[in-house]
Design a protein around this ligand. Sequence first.
Ligand SMILES: [Zn+2]
Length: 246
Amino acid sequence: MRIALRIGMVCAAGLLCFVAAGCAHSGSIAGSQISAAKAAEAGGGPKGLELLKEGNQRFVSGRAINPSTDAETLRVAAEKGQHPFVAVLSCSDSRVPVERVFDRGAGEIFVVRVAGNVTSKNETGSIEYSMEALKVPLLVVMGHTQCGAVKAACAGASLTPNIDSFLANIQPAVQRVKASQPGLEKNKEAFEVAVIEENVRQTLRDLYATSPLIREQVSTGKVEVALAMVDISNGQVSWLNEVPRP
Ligand SMILES: [Zn+2]
């Protein structure tokens, strides 16, 4: 029995070594997911923001480690459940690969994507779910350069009733920039850039306006909020100041 026990212990130790080595060599999803979750737990939203900034630095400098992107990570995440450390509300634009620009993987980012990174009941409900059920400590609303949805809203486009629905959500940002920077509209490109940025803030205001849960989570400090802008030409993420509070 003693021998059997010893063999069992050796096997267990070997398995641990194997798992640890796998994590170290491949940056396996399982390992990084656990460390990301623990880091987020330890530092809450601010630590999560650091993880995103570090990941984006790696991505833009060509040093991405692509953590948590293998099948084994998915298997572990399916078995143990998801523990994302951030919820990101982003545009559907195919040039905005959220996990990749932050060099994170499966089980780490709760992504809500919709054209124009606007919010209506379904998106707001998804963010609420990330906070209520998954205890995500950080929310990021992210816009991007050359956003077609924002450009269409700036041009006052009308396409289909469903498209017009999300364009209408961008209009408050269009109007706000017109009012705060009179004359800017003459410079189409500068105007669109300003609206893209303002639209990110507008979405956060809309989340506050329509969700008592999100207001409560942010105002009590349970959830940190950050606003981001990604340059689709290189994946560089910049962080906006003037983040609206509830
Ligand atoms: Zn877009």
